[in-house]
Write a new protein. Sequence first.
Length: 88
Amino acid sequence: MPVPKSEFDRLPPCDFYTPEELLEDDQMYSVYEIARLLQGLDPDAEIEAETESVLLDWAIPWIMFNADDLVVAEPRTDDEPGYYGIAE
């Protein structure tokens, strides 16, 4: 259900990192690692499953929005996620 803006103390602009600001150009990252980086966490940070689900809500649209600037690698095995990196 929508919430009135007046219920919030602060409404900063919705400003996300660019891929170049977030990712190292010689590395590939899973969506889970990107989710952590978007929140200023280490890509290997241990977080609770519920927190990870919330972070993915930010990471997936970020990947889609920045798709033209990213490359994707298929999972190397069936139990591994795909990986994303900066397009050259």
